[in-house]
Design a binder for this molecule. Structure first.
Ligand SMILES: [Cu+2]
Length: 317
């Protein structure tokens, strides 16, 4: 027993050394710069304009993608032309809310670093007050932290990947009291637009998610609603696997509808039938949200554009 214990200790030490060595060798510092921009965006497929507050001029902000163990060296530039203070709150970071996440005045810049310690998918958002208004006006996005061990049997390599970030649209952008009370929201935004990828319900929609029959499609989903949970279901399909918070160690199988609280995120895998062309409608099954814009069509056809859902094309705009 004593011998086994010793071997065990040695193995643990060796494993720790190896892990540390590997991490040191592979850990990278990833520099991320974002501009807080108070600017006009188009919130539907017809081009309706809205006075948004954004990271980088779009709702959602840029997709940040790093690897577990990387150090994110982040810089937030609050342009001098802005009127409001803004900040950055990465849900992937373990830092000090009063330091790293503190507001930045117009014309100022803030820089901080954090260790991307946990793999998964996480919301990021502005935390300047009134926070609910900054989120409602569009200051949110997704950070993906890929697992350091890469793909495994339980977390297989997907054929395509897509990002879907859901938000609530409040047309009265200045009424932050109403936003707090969840009053006056008229629509749901998917990647910043109402029925963004749904040519079935909006003839003005020119985009849909695409894949080939039988491909493994991985969806990175963030619920950036201000006040409402979301119930994500792929109509005419079942999630093959769901990874709560996107962590490959959290695996659920054969899920019809996966519920996400506010600010929650998940990775959801779906595989369509191999022998025929089909469509799925990925919805927030909360009907009031679906009918207000939270329907995304996934077309599974043999002629699917080979570039969609790959590399930089995981958030089609
Ligand atoms: Cu802000």
């Amino acid at each position: 027993m004593q011998y086994l214990k010793k071997i065990g200790t040695l193995t643990t030490l060796l494993a720790a050394t190896m892990a540390f060595g590997t991490e040191t060798a592979l850990a990278a510092t990833v520099k991320v710069t974002m501009h807080a921009m108070e600017t006009t965006v188009k919130i539907d497929n017809k081009g309706t304009e809205y006075p948004a507050w954004t990271f980088g001029g779009h709702i959602p902000g840029p997709v940040i993608r790093v690897k577990e163990g990387d150090i994110v060296d982040f810089e937030l530039i609050n342009d001098a032309t802005n009127k409001e203070s803004h900040s950055m709150d990465f849900h992937a970071a373990v830092v000090d809310v009063l330091k790293e996440f503190a507001p930045v005045k117009p014309g100022e810049t803030k820089r901080f670093k954090f260790d991307a310690k946990y793999p998964g998918v996480f919301m990021y958002h502005c935390g300047a007050m009134p926070m609910h208004q900054h989120i409602a006006r569009g200051m949110y996005g997704i950070i993906i932290v890929d697992p350091k061990e890469g793909y495994t049997k339980e977390y297989p390599k997907p054929d395509r990947e897509y990002v879907l970030v859901q938000g609530q649209f409040f047309p009265k952008a200045d009424d932050h009291h109403a936003i707090m009370e969840n009053q006056g929201w008229t629509n749901t935004l998917i990647n910043g637009k109402i029925f963004h990828y749904d040519p079935v319900h909006d003839p003005a929609a020119s985009l849909a998610l695409v894949a080939k029959p039988g491909e493994l499609v991985r969806i990175f989903y963030v619920n950036a609603n201000v006040n409402l949970p979301a119930a994500i279901h792929p109509i005419a399909g079942i999630w093959e696997r769901v990874y709560p918070s996107g962590n490959p160690r959290n695996v659920l199988y054969g899920i019809s509808t996966y519920s996400m609280g506010v600010a929650d995120a998940a990775t959801l895998d779906i595989v369509s039938p191999k022998d025929r062309a089909t469509n799925n409608a990925i919805v927030d099954h909360t009907m009031g949200a679906a009918m207000r814009g939270a329907i995304t069509v996934l077309m599974n056809t043999p002629d699917a554009d080979p570039k969609m859902g790959k590399g930089d094309n995981i958030l089609p705009r």
